[in-house]
Design a protein around this ligand. Structure first.
Ligand SMILES: [Zn+2]
Length: 432
C-alpha cells in the first residue's frame, strides 16, 4: 500500500511520484512497442508479461495511446503455440511528428519524421548565408518550415514540436551566442522567428492537439541546439548496435563535435562543449574567423579541402563540389588524394588530443566527412595510432556516421519524436 506523498521507485531506480505514474507507464508501454517482441509487434499480453503491469492496466494504457494516435493495431501475426493470435501493436505513423530544421553556412534543411522514425518530408536548399543578415536567413528557414508543416498536414500528421540545428554556441533559451562562420553574435532565434511570419508557431498551434492544461507550459514549440549535438544524439539513437561513447565530428564549412559519454550527450558546464574546429593544429598558422590562429577548420573544413583539391572555381554548389571530389578521389587524382590526406591528418591530430583526454573509443565522421570517410579515416587512424597512449592495445574505431551527411536535421526531428515517446501524456486528450 502506497501512502499519500510517498514515492515509488521505477525500474531505472528513479523515484516515481503517483502523479506521474501514469506518464511513466504510458512511456513504458511505448518503449515496449518500439522494441517489439521476438521481432514482431507485441500484443497487450506480451506487454503485460514484459513490463510486469497487469493486463487490465496495459489495456487501459493502450486504449489511451491508440486514442491519442500514438499507437495503432495491426493484423495478428500467426505464431506457434496454443491460443488465438492476438492483435499486434505498432507505433502510429499518422499521429504526432517531429519537425527538424537546420541552418548552416551554405544550406537550409527541413525534415518531418513520424513516430516510427520514418522521414515523411525532406527539403534541402543550397544557399550561401554568410552575406545574409540573420533575420533574412531565418525568414528563409521559416519558408522551409511552412512547406514542411503543409506536407505534414497533407499526410494527416501533426507537428509535436520543432528542433533547429545551428552551427554555433546556443544558450538554453535558444539564443545563438556565437556562430563564427555565419557571422552571428547574440541572435535571439526564437524571438526573431516569432516576430517574423510566425510560421513555426502557427504550424504548431494549428497542427498539434490541445495539450492538457497542466502540461501546456512544458510543451516546447521550438528548441534550438548546436547542430553537432543534435547529430550526435541522432547517431546515438540510430539503432541498438551503435556505440554508447563516441565523438561525432560534423564536417561543414566549420567543424563541430558532439561528445557522447555512456549514452549521454556531454554538453559541458554551460552547454558549449565540442568546438573541435577551433582546436589549434598549427599554433602559428592561418588566422581564423574566431580570432585565433591555426584552427583545425582552416585546414580540414569543407572549403579548405575543396581549395586544396583545386575545386574552388568555377563556383559549384557545395554538394556538387563534394561529389566531384569523390569522383576525383576514386580516380586517384593526386590533388584530391593529397587534400583529403592533409585534412585527415589535421583531424587526426586534433581528435587524438580529445581521445587522450576523454577516452572515447569511437570517432564518427559526419557532415561532408561522411561521403569522404573512405579517404579521411586512414590518416585519422594513423594520427590516433601515433598520438593516443592507449591506441597500441585499445584501438579506436573511426567510421562514417550512420545517418550520413543529414545527421543533424534527422537528429533534430528525432529529438522531438523521442520527446513525445518519453512524455506521451501531453498528447493524449484523456484526463490523467
Ligand atoms: Zn578558430
Amino acid at each position: 500500500m502506497t501512502q499519500p506523498g510517498t514515492v515509488r521507485v521505477g525500474p531505472a531506480g528513479a523515484p516515481v511520484r503517483q502523479a506521474s505514474l501514469r506518464e511513466h507507464n504510458l512511456a513504458l508501454v511505448l518503449r515496449q512497442v518500439a522494441a517489439g517482441v521476438d521481432g514482431r509487434p507485441p500484443s497487450r499480453a506480451d506487454i503485460a508479461a514484459a513490463t510486469g503491469l497487469t493486463r487490465a492496466t496495459v489495456s487501459a494504457l493502450v486504449d489511451d495511446l491508440i486514442g491519442g494516435r500514438l499507437l495503432t493495431e495491426v493484423e495478428p501475426v500467426p505464431r506457434t503455440g496454443a491460443g488465438r493470435p492476438a492483435q499486434g501493436l505498432v507505433l502510429a505513423g499518422d499521429g504526432p511528428a517531429g519537425l527538424g530544421l537546420e541552418i548552416n553556412v551554405d544550406y537550409l534543411a527541413a525534415c518531418v519524421m513520424d513516430l516510427t522514425g520514418a522521414v515523411r518530408h525532406r527539403e534541402v536548399r543550397r544557399t550561401d548565408l554568410r552575406p545574409v543578415p540573420a533575420t533574412d536567413a531565418l525568414a528563409r528557414l521559416a519558408e522551409l518550415a511552412g512547406r514542411a508543416g503543409a506536407a505534414a498536414r497533407s499526410q494527416g500528421l501533426h507537428l509535436a514540436g520543432t528542433a533547429l540545428a545551428v552551427p554555433g554556441l546556443v544558450t538554453a533559451a535558444g539564443v545563438v551566442r556565437l556562430a563564427p562562420n555565419l557571422g552571428w553574435h547574440d541572435i535571439d532565434v526564437p524571438a526573431i522567428l516569432a516576430a517574423g511570419t510566425g510560421a513555426l508557431q502557427v504550424e504548431n498551434a494549428a497542427g498539434a492537439p490541445t495539450p492538457q492544461a497542466e502540461n501546456a507550459a512544458a510543451a516546447p514549440t521550438l528548441q534550438v541546439e548546436n547542430e553537432a549535438n543534435l547529430a550526435a544524439l541522432g547517431e546515438l539513437h540510430a539503432g541498438p548496435t551503435g556505440p554508447a561513447t563516441f565523438i561525432y565530428i560534423s564536417g561543414e564549412i566549420g567543424i563541430g563535435a558532439g561528445i557522447v559519454l555512456h549514452g549521454e550527450l556531454f554538453r559541458g558546464a554551460r552547454g558549449w562543449s565540442g568546438e573541435l574546429g577551433h582546436i589549434p593544429v598549427h599554433p602559428d598558422g592561418i588566422d581564423c574567423r574566431c580570432g585565433g590562429r591555426g584552427c583545425l577548420e582552416r585546414y580540414a573544413g569543407q572549403e579548405a579541402i575543396l581549395a586544396a583539391a583545386g575545386l574552388t572555381g568555377p563556383p559549384l554548389p557545395a554538394d556538387a563540389a563534394i561529389g566531384r571530389l569523390v569522383e576525383l578521389a576514386e580516380r586517384a587524382d593526386p590533388a584530391a588524394l593529397g587534400a583529403l590526406a592533409a585534412a585527415g591528418t589535421a583531424i587526426g591530430v586534433a581528435v587524438a588530443g580529445v581521445i587522450n583526454l576523454l577516452d572515447v573509443d569511437t570517432v564518427l565522421l559526419g557532415g561532408v566527412y561522411a561521403p569522404l570517410a573512405r579517404w579521411l579515416a586512414p590518416p585519422v587512424r594513423a594520427e590516433i595510432r601515433r598520438r593516443v597512449l592507449t591506441a597500441a592495445w585499445s584501438p579506436v574505431a573511426v567510421q562514417p556516421a550512420r545517418l550520413g551527411a543529414d545527421a543533424a536535421v534527422l537528429g533534430a526531428a528525432g529529438s522531438i519524436v523521442r520527446g513525445v515517446l518519453a512524455h506521451p501524456a501531453r498528447w493524449l486528450n484523456a484526463p490523467g
